[in-house]
Design a protein around this ligand. Structure first.
Ligand SMILES: Nc1ncnc2c1ncn2[C@@H]1O[C@H](COP(=O)(O)OP(=O)(O)OP(=O)(O)O)[C@@H](O)[C@H]1O
Length: 444
């Protein structure tokens, strides 16, 4: 079953009834137009990825115009033409340089349909590449593993609504980056993004339930929180490590969120603030709330929407890409002769468990570009012990095995141990997944 984008076809030129009927019968939605002006109008209103040029012309100028039009669009083009038209240089140029394929009139329908099917597949791939490039360029999140793609989709979804978000995940998984991405994708993108480390507000002076005005350090903490809230007006306030918020400030934050206004000392009037709050933590906040270490009411207030950051070990497909990203990022710090990663270094990156997640990867690459003394970065430049007897091919094998096991475990976890669903996500059959689970000693 074809589950890609709809099969829409822009048919420009002569209208052949048998052709139209054959295309419609094969499931194509055909937009038939007589000339390029009409084609341009149609493309303005409708998303179409495949074009079919139908022409009996042998006129050089007409083919030159066709060439210009084809080059100006992003469609994948196929032409149906008279064999003699290929004598025109402009037509030949178009066939060789601008078309996916060409067929001769009258059309051989089965062959033409097969070609159009391939053109549609190619167009879908191009679209996917464009989507991926624009997603990553927009928000700075590098990675193309299923887990990262799912995360990007969730970010776009939560960005559309204005409710608070709780971002949870191990340290260094990119929680702040994700919070910033939500801000960038939201209607608040032109407003400020203000980050506050809640750990910096810790003070032994905060009472659990402040009665009356706070004094000293505690008052300063409250003022600090209020100041950040005010600075984030019209935008997003990112509360990092929200579990570290002292109890007295937890209730103050709850009130600020409920009342959407702050009281400035010395001012008679409260100041209204319009802020979206995104909180992050590496602890299980729900558990902390149940155990009484965090206010339950504040937990519910902050966690209207959830985002769970996957640890790096569960998305091994992202490691090499992130490594290349950081390598490029520190280009200005590296020795001119450095040419990239050795096979051993790539294998050791892949085999490492990454307890410090992406931040650790970032730090190791930065260290390596400074420390590397050879043409290629070696495992020891990354701070990994070089296993002396390990052949690079064995190291690569070990890395592959580890990556395969991690990908299976992550997929099963995401699918709630549903093997059919995990197999679908991994793009393999259920039988293959069972075989791989047995190979890696993963029990169902
Ligand atoms: N997918 C990613 N693509 C590019 N850079 C990333 C990605 N994920 C994380 N980083 C980078 O890794 C570093 C750590 O990310 P970030 O500070 O967002 O993590 P965190 O989960 O908020 O960490 P902590 O819990 O320690 O505050 C940052 O430099 C960030 O830019």
């Amino acid at each position: 079953m074809d589950s890609g984008p709809p099969r829409r076809l822009l048919c420009v030129g002569q209208r052949l009834e048998a052709l139209q009927a054959g295309l419609a019968q094969a499931g194509w939605q055909v937009y038939s137009v007589p000339d390029f002006a009409a084609a341009e109008r149609t493309l303005r209103d409708t998303s179409i990825t495949v074009g079919l040029l139908v022409s009996t012309s042998e006129d050089e100028a007409a083919w030159a115009r066709a060439g210009e039009f084809v080059q100006a669009t992003e469609l994948v083009w196929v032409a149906l033409l008279q064999r003699q038209a290929l004598r025109q240089p402009a037509c030949l140029d178009l066939v060789l340089g601008g078309l996916f394929d060409h067929h001769h009139l009258p059309p051989d329908m089965p062959r033409l349909l097969a070609t159009l099917g391939h053109a549609h597949g190619l167009a879908a791939l191009r679209q996917e590449r464009r989507n991926l490039a624009s997603e990553q360029a927009d928000v700075g999140i590098v990675g193309r593993s299923p887990a990262t793609r799912q995360l990007l989709a969730q970010i776009r979804r939560v960005a559309r609504v204005d409710a608070p978000v709780l971002v949870q995940g191990e340290s260094g998984t990119g929680k702040e980056l994700a919070a910033h991405a939500i801000h960038l994708c939201s209607p608040r993108r032109d407003g400020p993004f203000v980050a506050l480390d809640c750990g910096s507000l810790q003070s032994p002076l905060f009472p659990a339930e402040p009665a009356g005005p706070l004094r000293g350090e505690a008052a300063a903490g409250l003022q600090h929180l209020g100041g950040h809230l005010q600075a984030a007006n019209g935008g997003t306030l990112f509360l990092d490590e929200v579990a570290d918020l002292p109890p007295g400030l937890q209730i103050a934050l709850l009130r600020l969120l409920q009342e959407r206004s702050i009281h400035r000392p010395g001012s008679a009037q409260d100041i209204e603030v319009d802020v979206r709050v995104i909180a992050a933590t590496h602890v299980q906040l729900e558990e902390a709330a149940r155990a009484g270490r965090f206010r339950q009411d504040l937990y519910y207030r902050l966690s209207v929407l959830h985002l769970q950051m996957p640890p790096l070990r569960e998305r091994p497909q992202d490691i090499a890409l992130l490594a290349q990203h950081f390598y490029a990022l520190y280009a200005h710090e590296r020795r001119p002769g450095l040419r990239g990663f050795s096979r051993g270094a790539l294998a050791s990156l892949q085999a490492h468990a990454w307890p410090g997640n992406v931040r650790e990867l970032n730090n190791r690459i930065r260290r390596a570009v400074v420390m590397a003394s050879r043409r290629l970065i070696r495992p020891e430049d990354l701070g990994f012990e070089q296993a002396p007897s390990l052949d690079p091919a064995d190291a690569l094998d070990m890395a592959r095995t580890a990556a395969e096991r991690n990908a299976i475990l992550a997929s099963l976890r995401r699918a709630g141990s549903n093997v059919t669903q995990a197999a679908r996500e991994l793009g393999i059959s259920r039988m293959t997944l069972y075989r791989l689970m047995a190979k890696h000693g993963i029990r169902h």
